[in-house]
Design a protein around this ligand. Structure first.
Ligand code: NAP
Length: 295
């Protein structure tokens, strides 16, 4: 640790979520070192005072904490356990805080791998979208030992408004899987409602505030119905990533003989959207389905 309260933090993965997280860490006064696979994305962070590392291993060397925020299980495995991965250099006593959405089983594996050498691991997937990351108001689902979570807290507090410790490593990812199943139904329901309203010819500028004032209110309705009305789906959250998350939930549920029929239906629609070339659009593009634009 450097000064009291000031940490040396490596950040690996500067996408829609990782870049604003790194900005919050810098704004909180921590000494931040960044690495991103597409190196140009490091430049705006360097302009704010971050150092640039040549690899994830270099971004972890000598750090108090490392934050990872990459897309999927194989990517997380690569940046942590690869030849140039965080695990090669993360010092004893330091904590890896993973904010990617990944499998609970991978979180448990990483905790186990890093425990050798006295390193700590916390799975800390987030919810709240790109807006929450920008504003520093994310919900964070946390898994890990009490000691690891205490060590991760100064990092998480820079961008998390609600930080909930749910149990041992993997519990954060399990909670995030639940979150994504809830969201799957919410996006699909709002999408169908919007297209139905369109067919009725209802005035959206009056309908949407009325829906939001009643029992149909939701984050998706308030934040994403406008996209669906306009038929424009800027990020946001990629459909391909939500599909990845729902598949994690479906795999976990299948292993417990639990059928998740609604989530499976939404995953099927999202597969069609991805196949039709819409995987990089925001999940609100589920409205394309009732309009038969993914056929
Ligand atoms: P994104 O904008 O697509 O960024 C993905 C990041 O991961 C990029 O920095 C990318 O590097 C990096 N990456 C991917 N594969 C890699 C690999 N094999 N090796 C090294 N780096 C790799 O995604 P995002 O929206 O920030 O999402 C990141 C994570 O947060 C995902 O797990 C997602 O499910 C989760 N999440 C996202 C949201 C949201 O609203 N966006 C909300 C909650 C949770 P490049 O720049 O080189 O591609």
């Amino acid at each position: 640790m450097t000064d009291v309260g000031t940490l040396k933090v490596g950040v690996v993965g500067l996408g829609t979520m990782g870049a604003p997280m790194a900005r919050h860490l810098i704004a909180a006064g921590h000494q931040v070192t960044v690495w991103n696979r597409t190196r140009a994305k490091e430049e705006p962070l360097a302009a704010l005072g971050a150092a640039r590392a040549g690899s994830p291993a270099e971004a972890a060397d000598g750090m108090d904490a490392v934050l990872t925020c990459v897309s999927d299980d194989p990517d997380l495995r690569a940046v942590v356990l690869g030849d140039q991965g965080v695990g090669q250099t993360l010092p004893s006593g330091a904590v890896l805080v993973d904010c990617s959405t990944a499998s609970p089983s991978l979180a448990r594996d990483l905790a186990w791998e890093l425990a050798e050498g006295g390193r700590m691991f916390v799975d800390a997937p987030v919810s709240g979208g790109s807006e929450g990351a920008e504003k520093g108001t994310l919900t964070v689902f946390v898994g890990g030992s009490e000691d690891s979570v205490a060590r991760a807290m100064p990092v998480l507090r820079t961008f998390g408004a609600r930080i909930t410790h749910l149990g041992e490593a993997g519990s954060g990812q399990a909670a995030k899987a639940v979150n994504q199943v809830v969201l799957a139904g919410a996006y699909a329901g709002v999408a169908e409602g919007i297209v139905l309203a369109e067919r009725f010819g209802l005035p959206f500028e009056r309908l949407l505030p009325a829906l939001s004032a009643g029992a149909a209110d939701s984050w998706v309705l308030r934040q994403r119905a406008d996209n669906m009305v306009r038929g424009a789906y800027p990020l946001g959250f990629r459909t391909s990533l939500h599909l990845k998350d729902v598949r994690i939930a479906l795999r976990e549920a299948a292993a417990m003989d639990l059928p998740l029929e609604v989530a499976a239906l939404v995953a099927g629609i999202e597969e069609k959207l991805v196949e039709a070339g819409f995987g990089d659009e925001d999940v609100s593009n589920l409205a394309r389905h009732p309009r038969a634009e993914d056929a």
